[in-house]
Design a protein around this ligand. Structure first.
Ligand SMILES: Nc1ncnc2c1ncn2[C@@H]1O[C@H](COP(=O)(O)OP(=O)(O)O)[C@@H](O)[C@H]1O
Ligand SMILES: [Mg+2]
Length: 332
């Protein structure tokens, strides 16, 4: 791409840049550097830095929430924080789960709350949790809910900032992040953490990525921080079963059963009127196999149809057509 166009493109990345855009921008800078266009690379980096630095509100929030003196490290080259803090007000927490899963998650919360009492008996709370399952079944949400319920700051690891195409930097980023939270009680989310194992694509040295994966496994094994570490992965991410022994608790987040589907519909449609003629059992049956996220989407789509129709009452036809329209998203 010609230089002027690149500069214009970079200048157009304004405000709080989206993670993917930052990642692509970083690889463009790396490419230009490799091509020997050092001056252009510096110019682009400066433009990006200016935008990335608009994360100042994020740093301010961290100061007020994390213990004094604790800062989250940033990627050395682009100054992107290696983890994002999500404020308590934004944490999703109203979950509908089968009793067994609800009980498992509640145990994690209760053990953390009772950690001092457990310690007096030489016992430790569960601190390393792996959540796996289909997309949209509440893995990330469960991590947020745990942080919400036990009142800990919630930090989400930014793998796109951790993984650098510069030799040695990914490992160093990962190490620095884990060191920084050594003494910080927080919930650290490694969301879709198999991303690391998959980042062997172009620009990333295979040997280097192998070392990063091993480092992550060691960091998981040695994790001693005062908070809770939660890793999530979709089914496809579970490549290495040896990984399992690194966790104190492993929970499969299931797709909702008919009972949970009905509760999800009820919760999502709680603020809109519903026709008494709706046959809820048959609607729930039709949603069998849908993820919780998709059930919520169907309910919201039906509500929108009701509003647009002017009647403001959700009826069976709204739900049925929302189900048909969303069936394409239903991956078995
Ligand atoms: N158990 C649940 N209870 C209520 N809503 C849920 C549940 N699981 C998922 N959702 C809905 O689906 C959305 C996506 O969930 P998320 O946790 O991001 O899925 P995952 O991380 O498993 O892909 C949530 O924002 C919420 O609307
Ligand atoms: Mg998720």
């Amino acid at each position: 791409m010609n230089q002027e166009l690149l500069l214009r493109l970079f200048k157009s990345i304004e405000g709080e840049p989206n993670e993917d855009i930052v990642k692509v921008a970083k690889s463009i800078i790396d490419e230009e550097e490799k091509k020997g266009h050092a001056r252009l690379a510096i110019k682009l980096k400066n433009i990006l830095d200016k935008n990335v630095n608009s994360y100042s509100s994020f740093r301010g929030d961290l100061k007020s929430i994390l213990p004094s003196g604790v800062t989250i490290p940033t990627d050395k080259r682009y100054n992107i924080p290696l983890a994002t803090l999500i404020e308590r007000d934004y944490l999703r927490h109203d979950m509908i789960l089968p009793d067994l899963i609800e009980a498992k998650i509640r145990t994690i919360e209760q053990e953390f709350v009772a950690r001092e009492r457990l310690k007096n008996h030489g016992l430790k709370p569960k601190q390393k949790v792996l959540l796996y399952g289909h997309p949209g079944c509440g893995k990330s949400m469960a991590a947020e809910r745990i942080a919400y319920n036990i009142g800990l700051p919630f930090l989400k690891v930014r793998f796109e900032a951790i993984i650098s195409s510069y030799l040695g930097e990914s490992a160093s980023n990962l190490k620095r992040l884990f060191e920084s939270i050594q003494k910080v009680p927080c919930v650290l989310l490694l969301d879709e953490f198999d991303f690391i194992a998959k980042s062997r694509s172009s620009g990333h040295d295979v040997g280097e990525m192998h070392r990063v994966v091993n480092l992550l496994l060691n960091l998981l094994e040695d994790f001693q921080a005062p908070g809770i570490l939660i890793a999530t992965t979709n089914f496809e991410g579970i490549i290495d079963f040896a990984l399992f022994r690194r966790f104190d608790e492993i929970i499969e987040m299931p797709k909702p059963s008919a009972l949970e589907i009905a509760r999800l519909l009820d919760q999502t449609l709680s603020s809109i009127q519903k026709s008494p003629q709706i046959k809820w059992t048959s609607i729930s049956k039709k949603l069998n196999g849908f993820s919780a996220a998709l059930v919520v989407k169907v309910a919201n789509d039906a509500a929108k149809k009701a509003v647009i129709s002017g009647k403001k009452i959700v009826d069976e036809t709204h739900l049925l057509s929302a189900i048909v329209e969303n069936s394409v998203f239903n991956k078995k």
